[in-house]
Design a protein around this ligand. Structure first.
Ligand SMILES: *Cc1c(COP(=O)(O)O)cnc(C)c1O
Length: 354
């Protein structure tokens, strides 16, 4: 059965991508935590990451850890824990990223209750302005953490290129390495993990500018879509099309390129503008903005252009294509990360693993 719309997931491509990245990182003394949130932690895909050589599994949502509980690798919670969820955090994951002392105290109490040691990585904000404690509070925060039972500080980490778009450099990641040194001197704690960010840090390996003591990266997009995210470059040897969207044509007609009548607002409250390109052959696909943001789709057939979309309909121009499309035909798209998140999350999109 060819259910549409569907996302096709090529496990062997994902395995190859993972292997290339873990080998590359290994040479630089870096362990890779494979990030599963982009594909909602679908177990078979997570297993492909494991076969590709990742050392840990990481996700931002607690719900996802149930799906990968059977995989015997350390689990890291990427999003700062909610105090309301500390019980699940301690029972489901081994390591969490933290920046709030009040949360860490709750984790400590809960770990004692569950007779466990919960490991934490302290997040330091190096300027991107998402999560992390500020530079001048690192030492005083650790002074408090070391007094808490049930908690073990095993690392420091940072996150860049997410909110502020700040690019990792030798200098800002160097600061993270300096903190690890200072922590060793002041507290005699030899941190196991110095986590230098996400897929945007990879380019530093190519330029040989990764600070030596960075020994851990959390990689999502680079694994699943074969792209580093500081400059958006494809990573040599990896596949960018391990995931693709397939949708079906439900109408195919020649129509004018400019609507007839007075133009008000479209279904999303925007006033559309149109260029008159004469009569064009247009196809409507049965997929829409309820499933995916269409700006993050790239038609495989380069002669197709995307005209627009409403909640359930994607309109494309097939006039210039060399293929004679018909109603019922399938059209494929490569996808960007935003589209991957949405398509994997939508319950209206079939997931087919190949
Ligand atoms: C999502 C996330 C990552 C993975 O980022 P990619 O750009 O997909 O590699 C790493 N760290 C944290 C804290 C995250 O939330």
């Amino acid at each position: 059965m060819n259910n549409c719309p569907r996302i096709e997931i090529d496990l062997s491509k994902i395995r190859t991508n993972t292997k290339i990245l873990t080998d590359r990182c290994k040479k630089a003394g870096i362990q890779v935590a494979g990030v599963t949130k982009g594909f909602c932690a679908v177990p078979q895909i997570a297993e492909a990451l494991v076969e590709g050589g990742i050392a840990m599994l990481a996700d931002s949502r607690l719900e996802n850890f149930d799906k990968i509980a059977h995989i015997p690798l350390p689990k890291i919670l990427l999003r700062l824990p909610m105090i309301s969820q500390v019980e699940k955090v301690v029972s489901l994951v081994d390591i969490s990223l933290n920046s709030e002392l009040s949360t860490i105290k709750k984790l400590s109490e809960e770990s004692l209750k569950q007779k466990k040691i919960h490991k934490i990585i302290l997040m330091i904000d190096l300027g991107d302005l998402r999560e992390g404690i500020w530079n001048n509070q690192v030492i005083e925060t650790i002074e408090e953490i070391v007094n808490l039972d049930g908690i073990k500080l095993i690392g420091v980490g940072t996150n860049l290129t997410c909110y502020g778009g700040v690019i990792p450099t030798k200098n800002n990641l160097g600061l993270l390495a300096d903190f690890a040194k200072e922590i060793l001197e002041k507290f005699q704690i030899q941190l196991e993990i110095i986590s230098g960010g996400n897929s945007s840090s990879l380019y530093l390996l190519d330029r040989e500018e990764m600070p030596k003591s960075i020994n851990h990266l959390r990689l999502g997009e680079s694994i699943v879509l074969g792209r580093e995210t500081a400059f958006g470059e494809a990573i040599p040897g990896t596949y960018q099309d391990a995931f693709r969207l397939v949708a079906e044509i439900i109408e195919l007609k020649e129509k004018p390129s400019v609507p007839i009548g007075e133009i008000g607002m479209d279904a999303f409250g925007n006033k559309p503008v149109f260029e008159d390109r004469g009569i064009r052959k247009r196809a409507i696909l049965a997929v829409g903005r309820q499933d995916v943001s269409v700006n993050n789709l790239i038609p495989k057939d380069e002669k197709i252009s995307i005209l627009g979309a409403s909640s359930d309909h994607l309109i494309i121009d097939v006039t210039d294509s060399s293929k004679e499309y018909a109603v019922g035909d399938e059209v494929s798209f490569n996808i960007e990360y935003g589209a991957l998140l949405q398509l994997m999350t939508s319950e209206y999109v079939y997931k087919r693993i190949i």
